[in-house]
Design a protein around this ligand. Sequence first.
Ligand SMILES: NC(=O)c1ccc[n+]([C@@H]2O[C@H](COP(=O)([O-])OP(=O)(O)OC[C@H]3O[C@@H](n4cnc5c(N)ncnc54)[C@H](OP(=O)(O)O)[C@@H]3O)[C@@H](O)[C@H]2O)c1
Length: 317
Amino acid sequence: MRAVIYDRYGDPEVLSVAEIPVPTPGPDQVLVRVQATSINLSDWETLRGTPLYSRIGGIRAPRRPVLGSDIAGRVEAVGSAVTLFAVGDEVYGDNLMLKGGFAEYAVAPQSALARKPAELSFAEASTLPQAAAIASQGTAGVADGMSVLINGAGGGSGAFAIQLAKRAGAHVTGVDNADKLTFMRSVGADEVIDYRAADFTRTGPYDFILDLVAHRSVFAYRRAVARGGRYRCAGGTTRALLRMTTVGVLAGMATGRNLRVLAVKEGPAHFTPLAEACVAGQIGIHIDRSFPLEETASALAYVGAGRALGKVVVEIG
Ligand SMILES: NC(=O)c1ccc[n+]([C@@H]2O[C@H](COP(=O)([O-])OP(=O)(O)OC[C@H]3O[C@@H](n4cnc5c(N)ncnc54)[C@H](OP(=O)(O)O)[C@@H]3O)[C@@H](O)[C@H]2O)c1
């Protein structure tokens, strides 16, 4: 089968298209003929090997030769213990542990997958698993009338998070680079901030902050949150995340603020509710661009350069 492989961390140039064997599913696994795989910041991080946590399981060299975790496709074969799916089923899911989505076939544990709603295309379904889980859990607790700030809001998870916070009745501020301000407004942000032009930790305080790209000191974040408010970071530099889990928690408690790292739970239970909201027309899916499998390196470079508005998809079928 055709696959996009790499054997060392680096820029997209380390990727190449190759013929490799079709993987064999284990007893509890499903072989998926991949139709579409969306790109997440985690793919970019695991390509580059930075932040350090992206090297878990492969400190010196990548643990898996094929990236791509948010897959959508048709079940081609099932392992002996699979009970949830049959050959021909249309599925989608976040295959974060095994990856392999930038290829014609991927194996995934049945527990990672859900049946694809017929109303969504494979490309649309592939945008949901990881970003929907982050956005849903990252906005849990947002309520009517709250002032909410989302940092890194112009990307894949952020576009869903803005919409969820607006549906909850919040006043939403989106922070991202200047090229994404119009896009953030188009998905519902009331206010937008270019992070290169203004410091959001001095424009608040906000009742609730979801940070997708944390890199500041805990004291800057504490300043940005109103007393009684919450700050949740889902991603960022290793240093910022470590500081938040230690000093941040204590600094927040001491001043009546709840500051935490968000450990995102994976699996269908965490992304199918948002898929249902998309099918019902309550939440929009925004695909900026689609690339063919052979151009996966360009797709990753496009996301890595910060140009993507919403999601970018690699279409394989
Ligand atoms: N906690 C968990 O369990 C868990 C699980 C999976 C993923 N994650 C993390 O969750 C995050 C989700 O990201 P995603 O896939 O939605 O990413 P994405 O689509 O790449 O969006 C991230 C956005 O942040 C922007 N950005 C970069 N630096 C910024 C800064 N200093 N200030 C404001 N905005 C900035 C980016 O634009 P530019 O770079 O172009 O400026 C981009 O628009 C990632 O950090 C990922 O590692 C966490």
